[in-house]
Design a binder for this molecule. Structure first.
Ligand SMILES: [Fe+2]
Length: 227
């Protein structure tokens, strides 16, 4: 098919040379389509988690929001912070393989049950590693229970061996877990949760991340009296 100049497309008039066919716009279109597919894959995982374990699904959404706010406070770029949201939304996806008796156990977990729970970062990594996100989502999910002093799991990584986004996610995760009601304990107040995170600043948790969390929570308090 030959196009007339009236179509407004420069070139030799052949459709094959339209802007839409240039390698640059093809690449842009491919990225847009892939991004849409990835977004849908993320929301499919969120929905699956909601069906299996509503508490974890809600927790992941809150952690995504908090990690985004902390990332912003730390000066992460908008692009990096979009990644923080995705990581928050799926960080506990590996828990969907845990038996209901463990997920919702009203009492303390036995050592064996806790070992089972500790498998969730690896399972999450396995689920996510073949999705080509523009962020290191699978790696961060694998590392979100690592701790600065090497006492975390699954690898016992320490300090900067733990990727920054995982250090942010870890703090947002702990804070939200503490302020949430669980079958085996009642919720801590936000003040108590902050105290706990600050107590382990520089030991378990990245000090800069903790400082940013404090500022984010303080800003939230001063703007809102509903907590
Ligand atoms: Fe987790």
């Amino acid at each position: 098919m030959v196009c007339s100049d009236a179509c407004g497309v420069s070139g030799d008039g052949n459709c094959a040379s339209w802007g839409f066919s240039s390698s640059r716009s093809r690449r842009a279109m491919r990225i847009a389509v892939e991004q849409k597919v990835l977004n849908r894959a993320v929301w499919a995982m969120v929905t699956l988690c909601e069906k299996r374990d509503p508490y974890t699904a809600e927790h992941q959404i809150r952690v995504a929001q908090l990690a985004y706010a902390v990332g912003k406070e730390m000066g992460l770029s908008e692009q990096q912070n979009e990644g923080m949201c995705v990581m928050g939304l799926v960080h506990d996806i590996g828990k969907i393989t845990l038996p209901g008796e463990i997920l919702n156990k009203p009492g303390r977990l036995s050592a064996e049950e806790f070992n089972f729970v500790k498998s969730h970062p690896r399972i999450g990594h396995e689920v996510l590693e073949n999705l080509e996100f523009p962020w290191p989502v699978a790696q961060v999910v694998l590392c979100h229970h690592e701790r600065l002093d090497g006492s975390g799991y699954p690898e016992g990584l320490g300090g900067e061996e733990i990727i920054l986004e995982a250090r942010i996610l870890a703090v947002a995760d702990v804070f939200d877990s503490m302020v949430s009601h669980r079958p085996y304990r009642s919720a801590h107040s936000p003040e108590e949760a902050l105290e706990e995170v600050v107590r382990y600043r520089g030991i378990l948790y990245d000090p800069e991340v903790v400082n940013c969390l404090c500022r984010v929570i303080q800003k939230y308090y001063s703007a809102c009296t509903c907590w």
